[in-house]
Design a protein around this ligand. Structure first.
Ligand code: RB5
Length: 161
């Protein structure tokens, strides 16, 4: 399943990710996609967990179909977002992992580090993340085993990858 092309995408960043967050959100707006920008909106130093929690909550309650989080490294954002059961936040540095986190992990939040990724790669990573379908099958079974206490068995043919 692909993230619907007309669905809202939530954005969040701290001061370390503000510029990249704003540029990526603007690209989506230009393409006609609804954007939910949950801040930060200024260069003042802020705490990244506040924005990671806000975006995770927006994805979980359905205000957004997926999220994009940016901080300096992407690490704090991804750690925080992944504290929420049902959030699969992938910290991505290249286009290949942007594709794989959708195909295999059904990632619903993309985390990027403004201080470690170039603009062209970040833009392509976002584009690939938003347009790549989850492959389901054996990967769905594995996802069902991630959240502690939520181990469901999904019948499916055994995969080797
Ligand atoms: C802020 O200086 C920086 O620590 C933050 O943006 C992020 O990289 C944390 O993981």
């Amino acid at each position: 399943m692909t993230i619907p092309p007309d669905a809202t995408i939530a954005f969040g960043a701290d001061h370390g990710g503000l510029i990249l967050k704003d540029r990526l959100a603007e690209e989506l707006r230009k393409a006609g996609r609804p954007v939910l920008d949950l801040g930060t909106h200024a260069t003042a130093s802020v705490d990244y967990p506040d924005y990671a929690h806000a975006v995770a909550q927006a994805v979980l309650d359905g205000r957004a179909a997926a999220g994009i989080l940016v901080c300096g490294s992407g690490i704090g954002m991804s750690i925080t977002a992944n504290r929420h059961a049902g959030i699969r936040c992938a910290l991505v540095h290249d286009v290949t992992t942007a594709r794989l986190c959708r195909q295999h992990n059904n990632a619903n939040i993309l985390a990027l580090g403004e201080r470690v990724i170039g603009w062209e790669v970040a833009l392509e990573a976002m584009t690939v993340f938003l347009s790549t379908a989850f492959e389901g099958g054996r990967h769905a079974r594995r996802l069902s085993r991630i959240d502690i206490g939520r181990i469901d068995v999904i019948d499916d043919e055994e995969g080797i990858n």
